[in-house]
Design a protein around this ligand. Structure first.
Ligand SMILES: [Zn+2]
Length: 103
């Protein structure tokens, strides 16, 4: 495998999207190519930084995303008692109704 081939498959390799044959070819090339290994390490670091910014990472820390319809709620002032809301958690979601509003 040439470096250009490895680079073109690297994203899919890191995402676990390659069939075993291609995966093995990329793995073998990375084991013997310092340039492509550095590229892989740079992609890994970028991936970690992006995951830290993801709303999913925030949910995993115990926060929730609250929506009314398609809109994300950021301000209690726009919410009415009795409004149906969706609460998205790290695992699963809740449908709920607002009992009282404290803007
Ligand atoms: Zn290479």
């Amino acid at each position: 495998m040439q470096c250009a081939d490895c680079r073109s498959l690297l994203d899919a390799y890191l995402d676990g999207e390659l069939a075993e044959g291609e995966r093995a070819s990329v793995r073998e090339h990375l084991a013997g190519c310092a340039d492509c290994s550095r590229e892989r390490a740079a992609l890994d670091r970028a991936s970690v930084r992006l995951q830290a910014l993801s709303p999913r990472a925030t949910l995993a820390r115990g926060y929730a995303i609250v929506r009314a319809g398609d809109a994300v709620l950021r301000d209690a002032a726009g919410v009415a008692e009795g409004m149906r809301i969706e609460v998205e958690l790290a695992r699963g979601a809740l449908g709920a109704r607002v009992e009282d509003v404290r803007p």
